[in-house]
Each structure stands twice: as C-alpha cells, then as structure tokens.
Design a protein around this ligand. Structure first.
Ligand SMILES: Nc1ncnc2c1ncn2[C@@H]1O[C@H](COP(=O)(O)OP(=O)(O)OP(=O)(O)O)[C@@H](O)[C@H]1O
Ligand SMILES: [Mg+2]
Length: 277
C-alpha cells in the first residue's frame, strides 16, 4: 500500500491571527503521486506549499509530512532536507553569488561530498538546460534563468517530495516543456511531485488535480474529471483547457466528440470522426 506523504488534518492558518487563509483544510497526498494544485490568486496555494516543508506551521489542526508532525522541531531538518521546494519568486531563493555554488548549497548542507556533489550539480544544470552557466553570477541572470537555477538547486538535493510553486511561470515555452518532462521522469523514478501552476496543459499531465478556493479544496480528482468542469473552472477564475473549450463548442454544434482535456485527445477524437465518415 502507498504511504501518505503529506497530510493536512483540519489545518487552520492565519498570517495575522484574524483572516484565515484556510480554516479546516483536509488534504492527503500519497507517496509517488503527481499532484497539481490550482486556484485563483490568494486562494492559499503558496501558503499550503510552505506548510509541507514546515516553513509555516498551522495555528490549529495538524500537518504531517513523511508522517511527522511539522510542529515537532526535531523533525524540521528531516522534513526540509527531504521536501525540496522551488518558490514563486526567483529573487527570494538564490543563496550564493555563483550558479554552481548556489546549486551545490543544498546537497552540501546534507553532507554530500565530491565527486557525487559535482555530479549532482552537473546533471541538475543539464536538466534545466543551463549547461555552461556554472561560473555565472546569479545576480546577472534573467528571471527565468534564476528560476532554472532554483529548480536545479532543488533537484540536486534529490528530495523525496518536490514542491514547485509556479516554478514555470517565468520560463519560456521550451523551458516549461523541459521542466514538465523532467518532473514526469522524476515521478516515474518514484519522486512525489506537488506542482502549483496556472498552466492547464501542465495540470492535464498530472495524476491528480486539486483546486483550492478560499482555502478549501473545491475540486479534487483525475485531470480528466476536474479539468472538464468548464463552468466551475470559469467561476473560480481559472482557465479552461483549450481542448476542453474546443470539445464543448463542437458538441454545441452537434459534433459527437467526447470532452477532452489535452490537445492529443481532441486530435484523436477528430481523426476518429474523420476516418468514420
Ligand atoms: N506574508 C504574508 N502576510 C500576510 N498575508 C499574506 C502573506 N502571504 C499571503 N498572504 C495572504 O494569504 C492569502 C493566501 O495567499 P497565498 O500567497 O497563499 O495565495 P496563492 O494562492 O499562492 O496566490 P497567487 O496565485 O497569487 O500566488 C492571501 O489573501 C494573501 O493576501
Ligand atoms: Mg502563490
């Protein structure tokens, strides 16, 4: 049986003691799963992410990561070293002035030594497409390049859980596709992935999509179930996947296509219809 890796149990959290970001949040994430979290601005996604690696602690209720209560100070180091996080803003997360030192920072703190350390830095740089940037100054990088360094830093720690908080928001289309490919490969190799995103094509490729609204889980299921709920997504101020919009418009015109969520699916539907004519 798969273990529950992250569990929010009636968790409540407020930054100011007055306005609660979430009040009774229940959410369990299984080991080895690939979960996308969606939600409008201010719905609590980043706050939730910071609870997973004990950067924030619930005011009430409990958050368990790797089965350990995040409030238990003796577990903080274990949790932080095994739950890698890439934050939304790249400027907040680079710690060293040279790219390779920044990427080495996390694994070095975990006690990883050369030659493994150098190997991890090298492959993390390759995974984010920044080969040749080893000696560059981090302050002289573009926003998207900084974001890639931050992602490489998290990858180099080889975490059991990787939490990406809109990590692809500054990446160009090729960078986004590359990050998605790396995440899928890591997931196939057993890593648990929690990806917060506004991009529906990313969510369509997860195992599970959780939609937050005002700190509550309002939709939760397989991408094919959640992302096909066009009117609900629109009400929550979220994009409806292009393939879903197109299939609904075709259905209104009387074209017998299933509601699809990815472009590959709608392409297959149209080919099927075309060949059955
Ligand atoms: N450091 C902070 N101090 C006080 N309030 C905060 C802080 N960070 C977030 N909030 C508030 O908490 C709520 C949830 O914010 P959070 O950043 O978790 O949302 P989000 O879903 O990540 O939004 P976005 O899509 O804009 O990144 C918002 O109402 C926000 O104003
Ligand atoms: Mg956020």
């Amino acid at each position: 049986m798969r273990e529950t890796f992250v569990s929010f149990e009636e968790a409540a959290f407020s930054y100011d003691g007055e306005h609660f970001v979430f009040e009774e949040l229940d959410l369990a994430i299984e080991q080895g799963s690939f979960t996308c979290i969606l939600g409008g601005n201010g719905s609590g996604k980043s706050t939730l992410a910071k609870h997973v690696n004990a950067l924030l602690l619930p005011d009430r209720g409990t958050v368990y990561t790797f089965g350990r209560d995040t409030r238990d100070e003796e577990s903080t180091y274990y949790i932080r070293s095994n739950a890698g996080m890439v934050f939304q803003s790249p400027d907040d997360q680079l710690v060293a002035s040279i790219v390779e030192d920044d990427i080495a920072f996390g694994p070095e703190n975990l006690g990883i030594e050369n030659p493994e350390l150098a190997q991890r830095v090298k492959s993390a740089l390759e995974e984010v497409g920044l080969q040749g940037f080893e000696k560059h100054e981090t302050t002289a990088l573009s926003g998207g390049q900084k974001q890639r360094v931050a992602i490489a830093g998290a990858l180099a720690m080889d975490p059991a859980i990787l939490i990406l908080d809109e990590a692809s928001s500054m990446l160009d289309p090729r960078g986004r596709a590359g990050l998605m490919r790396v995440c899928r490969e890591l997931h196939e190799a057993g890593m648990t992935i929690i990806m917060i995103t506004h991009f529906m094509e990313e969510a369509a490729h997860a195992d599970r999509v959780v939609v937050l609204d005002k700190g509550r889980v309002c939709l939760d299921g397989a991408p094919s179930e959640v992302l096909a709920q066009a009117s609900e997504l629109t009400r929550l101020n979220l994009d409806v996947p292009f393939a879903c919009q197109l299939s609904i418009q075709l259905q209104k015109l009387g074209v017998p296509v299933a509601t699809c969520i990815t472009e590959e699916e709608i392409k297959e539907e149209l080919c099927r219809l075309h060949s059955s004519r």
